[in-house]
Design a protein around this ligand. Structure first.
Ligand code: MTE
Length: 346
């Protein structure tokens, strides 16, 4: 793999001015939309306009219809991301087209374009999630009841894949801890395990003879990781509903870990005393650890991890940037791993 040295990265690609202008343009757009709303006598709250501004930046997001009518009222009030790290980054957003066309979602196939091109029949209503294990309130909950009390908010996070590419994505969702609290985990709940839907009717990847995964796709976090304020459950992006290829109706986003931890289309959340098996770790333990914290000093056998390719890219322009420890979220999460050898616990 060709790696561009930091000195080769054009300053125009990283200039703070560009970052600054990008954020200002976004805020002006938001203000203009909010003003337009009030001049027209629109009753929609300013909060919702931030989502509208994001949709305006990504016209394709406008065409997505709500998975069910109740989603519309849920999305009417979204708290905008505060204008500062770690819940916002001034880095240029990855265009909607790349966020929704360059995906890993093996249930739909192994090519980056498979999830968007082969998920047309995937449906997310009705949808329920089983909550099980070490909690006082286990049960199977309809998604509408799960999301009902949650206040949706926007978060702009970096997403770093172990394949050494990265994006900047404006998610909509809520902190996972707010959901977890409602089920009242017991003192034995040391880990949280997640599972993705397996539907052979609508997910062509799960019946493919080339499939390498033992379905369902499984992921897990330690309870302190799962309840960390940065750990996010996303139900939308770019001011609109989550497209199937990005893990509709609900997927995890753990911004300081490699993307494979951010499991999509979740149907089960299980609280347990012991570390769960996880999909990629089961497949190839020497390549994919349970922790999977972004770490520029611990390389994957096939991908160096000290640089990353920031999408979008064209044939003629590729932007490489240096990868940061914990994907730039070290101030928030490094203490979770104090005393641990990160090269051993990769
Ligand atoms: N979740 C499921 N169920 N199946 C998958 O194949 N791929 C993971 C993760 N979640 C995957 C998944 C990987 S490898 C990455 S990098 C991210 O999803 C990609 O998320 P994105 O397609 O929204 O960028």
């Amino acid at each position: 793999m060709l790696i561009k040295k930091p000195s080769d990265v054009k300053s125009s690609e990283i200039t703070p001015e560009k970052v600054y202008r990008n954020r200002r343009a976004f805020m002006k757009e938001t203000a203009a939309l909010a003003l337009g709303g009030s001049l027209l006598g629109g009753a929609s709250p300013v909060l919702a306009q931030d989502g509208d501004a994001l949709k305006a930046r990504a016209p394709e997001a406008l065409s997505l219809s709500a998975p069910a009518p109740w989603w519309e009222s849920k999305f009417a009030e979204v708290t905008p991301a505060p204008d500062q790290e770690p819940y916002f980054t001034g880095e240029t957003l990855t265009p909607y087209r790349d966020v929704t066309r360059y995906n890993n979602f093996y249930e739909f196939g192994m090519d980056k374009s498979d999830p968007s091109s082969r998920s047309g029949t995937f449906r997310t209503d009705p949808w329920s999630v089983e909550i099980s294990g070490e909690v006082a309130k286990p049960g199977t909950y309809h998604l509408e009841d799960l999301l009902g009390p949650m206040q949706l908010e926007e978060r702009v996070y970096r997403l770093r894949c172990v394949e050494a590419w990265s994006m900047v994505i404006p998610w909509i969702g809520f902190p996972l801890v707010d959901l977890i609290k409602r089920f009242e985990p017991t003192s034995k709940a040391k880990f949280v395990e997640f599972e993705t839907l397996v539907d052979p009717e609508t997910m062509p990847g799960v019946t493919s003879r080339f499939a390498i995964v033992d379905w369902p796709y499984r992921e897990g976090l330690r309870i302190d990781e799962a309840t960390h304020p940065l750990t996010f459950m996303a139900v939308g992006l770019y001011g609109s509903y989550l497209p199937a290829q990005n893990g509709a109706p609900m997927r995890l986003v753990v911004p300081w870990k490699y993307g494979f931890k951010s499991i999509k289309s979740i149907v089960r959340i299980n609280f347990r005393e012991t570390m769960p098996n996880t999909t990629w770790n089961d497949l190839q333990a020497n390549e994919y650890g349970f922790y999977a914290n972004v770490n520029p000093q611990v390389h994957h056998p096939r991908w160096r991890q000290d640089m990353e390719r920031r999408l979008p890219q064209t044939l003629f322009s590729r932007q490489y940037i240096e990868t940061r420890l914990f994907n730039g979220y070290a101030d928030q999460v490094a203490s979770l791993y104090s005393g641990m050898d990160l090269a051993v616990n990769y």
